[in-house]
Design a protein around this ligand. Structure first.
Ligand code: PHE
Ligand code: ZN
Length: 889
């Protein structure tokens, strides 16, 4: 393995080494005096020895980073410097036995904090981000989630520049101070770990609303934004109220404080953060109006507002014992937000888009060098484990429990989980145990889903005997080895299964040996061994199995469908996911055949059956527009790349472009009629944000993109007209995306007009950066390099970095993976520049390099060269070190 220039490589933390904290903290009184040079932080901790961690005196060991310790007072006595040790990351104090009171005085410089963890400045605003281990940058503290305390926080600041002072809980006092300063005191009555602490100071606009809980308590809702942005908060506020209602109706969870606050900030590493009573958001996931946000943005905002709100119960009231248990709160909360969105909009469409994300991002992670279980057992830097595996696969694991227990059983399990663990810091195992104990269902083998990494492949073969009318379905499973886990055990895999009859209707099912199937047309088969065969009886000839309905398990399915079966299911499956999946599989097979042809130097010809299936779907007017737009989307380049042993980026790109051209051209009249019909239904102003209207716009944009792909001038003409910057953002972006790869002056003109209209709006400018970076045109890398100097770009704002640099390295495979290695050199350079500023974001940006084994030898060598260049940096953070070293291992 390559060694970093580090003297010693950073050491991993292991789940098996978990030990309860030697001391507990009952209450914290924090005083934060914000100043231009220094910010002074004083913490008074009331603590005691943890009875669960032995007895007798034990030294108090606190975490701390990037701060200057000024004084320590223990039980009223100021300690001499010889009585404690300050290390780079720990403060060790004398051993204590009984209760103690500790006062820690220190100072920090938030204005220099570019890592955006702890207390930092975003523009003129002070704000915090403490998950996972940011609190230790504010004061010395046992910064671990199983230490839960009641916090009282006093903030002092200049009144004119920082009129708004916020922290968790309720504001209990405010007042004036000398020299134009003021203060506010906040008290949060709920015990919480330090990672849920938050405070904000700044000059912010506020939009206020209220919500009456089902038990009749009135809650004040406030959203704080930069002054001038108040008009863009309406959607977030409505989303919040819908989330509050839904959580009461579905889980009986009521909000528990008198005020719920959201603050939108522009410099933020992640999407948003669920701090108790004071959620802090990346402004991108709050601000929206139809002129500046797309329908996709509106839906993401709704989902993220809900996600953070739902954390109040799943995450805050019941939190994680240690960071290995992260999916306890994240997998569960993602599952809850997915279900919320499914209830608010179209369940089938939501499922399809969640599965697409899982397959596009999580499956590759699970198959690569950074693969880890939903509950990891080791990490070097916990920030690297906020992954699609912990979140999205974690949600799939919870969904499987829901499928196995049924909705009522699952709700009973949730009730028991809350009854047992409210106010505690617990483990994934505690969650599963509550689900078992509430229902009597044995989930002992199911627990493997938390500990075993890798995506299982389920193989399905079947045989029908017309004489006996039996259909034997043989299922088997295998999970590939992953780093540190060479062999795998079979896991219980729930497979929702149906048989679709030749007339297109699902058949009533009866298993061999059953007196009667009860008329149900769907069964949950649980494959819990390496292989098994189930037999259905009374099956007429020609029935086609519909398997893994609703994507009931996060697996790869290898099923023996013929192209005819797939075309049939694409038109007939009564499960929306199954229907979409059938067309995806059919298209994938056809596209891979085209890639094969191109590799062999032959022309790529699209299988006519794909075009016919598209034609049939287009003509099916029973389909909701939103669903149809999903149905008509070909699998993306990275999905196709993954389906190959070697991802031939150029051929994959060319094959997909050719397929789009043929579908666009052959069905041009259909697209054009559809586009006209849908555009006529679009009211002027485009402010109809109903699910149906969003679906119509999605479908109109899909039709437009196919018309442009056809190469006909009419398509381009329509797109140019729709791209005019006075339209609503969904339509403008739809047109720009459709035009973006073209080597035509119209494309440049449309992008330039968009830039001129929006260059002073950072969130909209990000869309422009991403378009520029995502274009398949050959000059894209040069364009991106030039844009690093654009006045609207800043390497210190993660949203800008993700739009421009990420738009190229993660959003543009055909150009990023240029055979000459120029994309890799560019990324290595950017990662190193970024690492000195923000290691967490730098580590994420490194990701596109880790799956170098998926590419041909030349690219693989260039990618590993780039990784080596990164890892040999003498000042590398442990965040980037962990990713790069695993990639090279
Ligand atoms: N806990 C946040 C969420 O998923 C994500 C987050 C993690 C935000 C770490 C900031 C830092 O809702
Ligand atoms: Zn979360």
């Amino acid at each position: 393995m390559d060694r970093a220039a580090h003297e010693t490589s950073p050491q991993p933390v292991r789940l098996q080494d978990y030990a309860p904290p030697p001391h507990l903290i009952d209450s914290v009184e924090l005083t934060v005096e914000l100043g231009d040079d220094w910010t002074k932080v004083t913490a008074i901790l009331s603590g005691r020895r943890n009875p669960a961690a032995g007895s007798g005196p034990a030294p108090i060991v606190l975490d701390g980073q990037d701060q200057q310790l000024q004084a320590v007072t223990l039980d009223g006595r100021r300690l001499a410097e010889s009585e404690y040790q300050v290390g780079a990351e720990k403060l060790t104090l004398p051993a204590v036995d009984g209760p103690f009171e500790l006062m820690i005085e220190g100072r920090i410089r938030p204005q220099d904090n570019t890592a955006l963890e702890g207390l930092y400045r975003s523009g003129g605003l002070y704000c915090t981000q403490c998950e996972a281990e940011g609190f230790r940058r504010i004061t010395y503290y046992p910064d671990r989630p199983d230490v839960m305390a009641v916090f009282t926080v006093r903030i002092e600041a200049d009144k004119e520049r920082f009129p708004v002072l916020l922290a968790n809980g309720n504001c209990v006092e405010t007042g004036e101070l000398p020299f134009g300063r003021h203060f506010a005191v906040w008290h949060d009555p709920f015990r919480k770990p330090a990672y849920l602490f938050a405070m904000v100071a700044g000059d912010l606009g506020c939009v206020e609303d209220s919500y009456v809980t089902r038990s009749g308590r009135e809650v004040t809702l406030r959203i704080y934004v930069d002054p001038g942005n108040e008009g863009r908060t309406g959607h977030a506020m409505e989303s919040l109220k819908r989330s509050m209602r839904w959580d009461e109706e579905v889980y009986g969870f009521e909000y528990d404080l008198d005020v719920f606050m959201i603050v939108a900030v522009s410099a933020f590493n992640m999407g948003a953060m669920e701090n108790k009573g004071l959620n802090i958001f990346n402004d991108k996931f709050i601000l929206a109006d139809p002129d500046t946000a797309t329908d996709g943005d509106f839906q993401r905002i709704e989902g993220i507002v809900a996600h953070e709100y739902f954390h109040n119960w799943t995450g805050n009231r019941i939190t994680c014992r240690d960071w290995f248990q992260l999916s306890l709160k994240e997998g569960l909360t993602v599952f809850r937000d997915q279900e919320f969105s499914a209830d608010m909009h179209d369940r089938g469409v939501k499922r399809v888009s969640d599965v697409r994300l899982l397959r596009t991002v999580q499956f590759p992670e699970d198959a690569g060098p950074t693969a880890h279980p939903v509950r990891p057992d080791t990490y070097i830097e916990i920030n690297n484990f906020y992954t699609v595996t912990v979140y999205e696969k974690g949600s799939e694991v919870v969904r499987m429990i829901h499928t196995l227990l049924g909705p009522d059983g699952f709700r009973k399990g949730m009730d028991l989980y809350v009854e047992r663990h409210d106010g505690q810091a617990v483990t994934c195992d505690d969650f599963v145990a509550a689900m078992e104990d509430a229902t009597g269902v044995d989930l002992s083998r199911f627990r493997l889903w938390y500990s075993q990494a890798g995506t299982p492949t389920v193989t399905a073969r079947w045989q029908h005997d017309p004489a006996t009318r039996r259909l034997d379905l043989t299922l088997s499973q295998a999970t590939p080895s992953t780093p540190g886990q060479p062999t795998k055990q079979p896991m219980p895999i729930p497979l929702r299964t149906a048989l679709i009859g030749r007339n297109g209707a699902p058949l009533p099912l009866r298993l061999d040996g059953e007196p009667d199937g009860g008329g149900a047309t769907e069964r949950v088969l649980v494959l819990d061994e390496a292989a098994t065969t189930v037999s259905f009886v009374d099956v007429p000839p020609g029935a086609v199995p519909s398997l893994l309905r609703g994507f009931s398990a996060p697996v790869k399915l290898d099923a023996a469908w013929s192209e005819e079966d797939l075309a049939f299911l694409a038109g007939a499956d009564d499960d929306p996911f199954g229907r979409w999946e059938a067309l995806q599989s059919l298209s994938t097979r056809a596209l891979l055949a085209m890639v094969g042809a191109l590799r062999a130097g032959k022309p790529a010809v699209l299988d006519q059956r794909v075009v016919e299936a598209f034609r049939a779907s287009l003509a099916d007017d029973r389909l909701e527009p939103a669903f149809l737009s999903e149905l008509l989307a070909l699998p993306g380049e990275s999905l196709l790349g993954q389906a190959l042993d070697v991802w031939h980026v150029d051929e994959v790109h060319a094959a997909r472009a050719e397929a789009r051209r043929v579908i666009g051209e052959t069905l041009f009249d259909g697209w054009s009629a559809l586009y006209e019909r849908l555009s006529a239904a679009e009211p002027a102003g485009g402010a109809d944000l109903s699910t149906a209207a969003m679906g119509r716009r999605a479908l109109a944009n899909a039709a437009l993109a196919y018309m442009v792909a056809s190469g006909r001038e009419e398509g381009i003409r329509l797109a140019v007209a729709q791209a005019r910057p006075d339209g609503t953002m969904t339509r403008v972006m739809g047109a720009l995306v459709a035009l973006n790869d073209l080597e035509r002056p119209e494309r440049d003109a449309a992008l330039a007009a968009f830039h001129d209209r929006w260059q002073n709006d950072p969130l909209v400018l990000d869309k422009w950066f991403a378009l520029k970076a995502g274009s398949a045109r050959t000059d894209t890398l040069d364009q991106v390099k030039g844009l690093l100097e654009h006045p609207g770009f800043s390497i210190r704002i993660p949203n800008r970095v993700r739009a421009l640099i990420g738009g190229f390295t993660a959003g543009n495979p055909v150009r990023f993976h240029a055979a000459d290695g120029s994309g890799y050199d560019f990324l290595a350079e950017q990662v190193l520049a970024l690492d000195a500023i923000n290691p967490q974001v730098a580590a994420r940006m490194t990701q596109p390099l880790v799956r170098w084994r998926k590419f041909d030898a030349g690219r693989g060598k260039a990618m590993t060269d780039a990784l080596r260049r990164i890892i040999h940096s003498p000042t590398l953070s442990k965040d980037v070190y962990e990713i790069a070293s695993k990639a090279l291992a």
